[in-house]
Design a protein around this ligand. Sequence first.
Ligand code: SF4
Ligand code: SF4
Length: 198
Amino acid sequence: MAIKTWELDSNFKNEIAAMPGGEGIMKCFQCSTCTVGCPITELEPSYNPRKIIQMSLLGMKKEVLESEEIWLCAVCQTCSERCPQDVRISDLMGAIRRIAEKEAEEGKIELKGVRAIFEKAFMHQLEKFGRMYEIGLSMEYYKKAHGGFFAGMMAMQKDYQKLGMRFFKKGKMGPKSMFPDKIKRTGEVKKIFEKVGE
Ligand code: SF4
Ligand code: SF4
């Protein structure tokens, strides 16, 4: 990827460092230990947390924030255990994602790929019910990822035909899972979300 020096934002690293979870970014000395041990690289060989950190340090703000890769971290914490500099990479990815969401809301960047949509739909379900409601998650995700209710429902039906029996066996589908199973104190969960939002 060619670096356009005139587009670099030297303050990007400071912006990340000011976010909760992003404090460790300047400590990275690019040893690659995080990337070598990351299980996500088995599934997505292009995923490279070291490179995302390097690009952020260089000031490649737009490229980083619009990258699909910032949504890939599974928060397994393997890298955080192994990083010699205690960078806390999964928290750092979270900080970068929060900046991406904010910039997207302000119309400065465009979030790429469907993973951002999935994460948002996942958090909505938690906020509403205090636990995961799989059908609600699917409906919200498919509708947004496929650009509308009908297209989303068609795609959902297709995937469910392939995966339905597996979902059923795991209790993700069936009469009991049709309706949300709310926790009692959803108001308190809402307050937590509001506090985090602040
Ligand atoms: S393991 Fe830590 S110091 Fe090494 S590249 Fe990853 S974040 Fe940077
Ligand atoms: S926490 Fe994220 S970046 Fe670190 S090893 Fe796990 S999946 Fe990879």
